[in-house]
Design a protein around this ligand. Structure first.
Ligand SMILES: [Mg+2]
Length: 339
């Protein structure tokens, strides 16, 4: 395992990489209408931003550390196909926001640095844009990077370019600065402005609410991502009347970590659905380091030792220490997810 002091040296590099990618994704999101007007269907702005963000982060980490083992959500196979020249050019143009000297080939090669299969003892995992629908809607999305060692998440950086530091601001109202969250195992969870990540960090603390009727639950905007009706049954069983928070992406883990909600439920929609490591690794360590508890719906810790999927787990419950057990009790009493 990397020594905690060494992790603290890796952290600023990971923060700078994610902050650079956030500049790229924000730029593409701002140009979204222009891109849609001037390009074909396969050139969705989210596709361009996804590839460009992965290239920028992979290049940044590989330059800093000399080599890189990374399990990224994207690879450049499609981009390399004949007929995708326009898309390649748009991706390279977007990447140059943070990597001015990049050629098209540099960008494709950097994307493919994220091709690892998650079989080793130590690797990075990246979702360059988590929350595709949120990105397209101008809502919440996340750039999510984590370091996994021997099946344990040791470091996580979560860029949330549209999330405000002002808790009263609607999640549907994109912020101009955004937030970037980071955590190293055992070192607490921290927040900085995404556009100025070297500013003094604020420590995150999960909510200390003890009255279950006040519980605020985070859930997906997209019904396909979580059983919203099961969430409703759990909330009703617990008589929780807090205002629910609906937003896309792993930003939900950060919303729990910073005490803006008490729980994030990702309830299985299908028996055979396997969650991906990059959809949870960074968010999980940030929530845990802020004092929340993260397990699957049956109460088992998330097992990151099985490759790119969380195949030993079903769904996710991220909740404050006071409420996690109550949610598990509700699931048992309602006989949910027993099959
Ligand atoms: Mg993605």
């Amino acid at each position: 395992m990397t020594h905690p002091a060494a992790l603290m040296e890796i952290l600023p590099v990971a923060i700078a990489a994610v902050a650079a990618a956030c500049r790229v994704t924000r730029h593409v999101q701002n140009r979204q209408q222009h891109i849609q007007r001037h390009s074909k269907d396969d050139m969705s702005p989210v596709t361009i931003a996804d590839y460009a963000a992965q290239a920028v982060i992979a290049r940044h980490l590989a330059d800093a550390f000399g080599s890189l083992t990374m399990v990224g959500e994207e690879d450049a196979a499609t981009l390399r196909e004949a007929g995708h020249g326009l898309l390649r050019d748009e991706v390279a143009t977007a990447a140059r926001m943070a990597w001015p000297a990049a050629s098209v080939d540099d960008v494709l090669d950097a994307i493919d640095l994220g091709n690892h299969d998650a079989s080793g003892a130590r690797y990075w995992t990246l979702d360059p844009i988590d929350g595709t629908k949120g990105f397209l809607r101008g809502g919440q999305y996340a750039v999510s990077l984590a370091l996994i060692e021997h099946g344990k998440v040791m470091l996580g950086v979560l860029g949330c370019p549209n999330l405000s530091q002002n808790y009263s601001r609607s999640f549907d109202d994109p912020d101009a600065r955004g937030c970037l969250f980071h955590a190293v195992r055992g070192g607490g969870a921290w927040s900085v402005p995404a556009d100025q990540p070297t500013m003094a960090a604020r420590r995150l603390d999960a909510s200390r609410e003890e009255d279950i009727t006040a519980m605020r639950v985070c859930e997906s905007v997209e019904a396909a991502h979580s059983r919203i009706d099961d969430t409703g049954r759990i909330v009703e069983y617990l008589a929780a009347r807090g205002t629910p928070a609906r937003l896309d992406s792993q930003c939900k883990y950060a919303v729990v970590a910073r005490g803006q909600a008490e729980a994030y439920l990702r309830l299985p929609t299908r028996r055979d659905y396997v969650e991906k490591i990059w959809d949870h690794a960074a968010g999980m360590i940030i929530a845990e380091e802020a004092g929340a508890v993260v397990t699957d719906v049956l109460g088992k810790p998330l097992d990151f030792s099985r490759g790119a999927g969380l195949s030993a787990n079903r769904g996710v419950i991220c909740a404050t220490r006071a409420f996690h057990g109550r949610i598990r009790q509700a699931i048992n009493a309602l006989e949910l997810f027993q099959e």
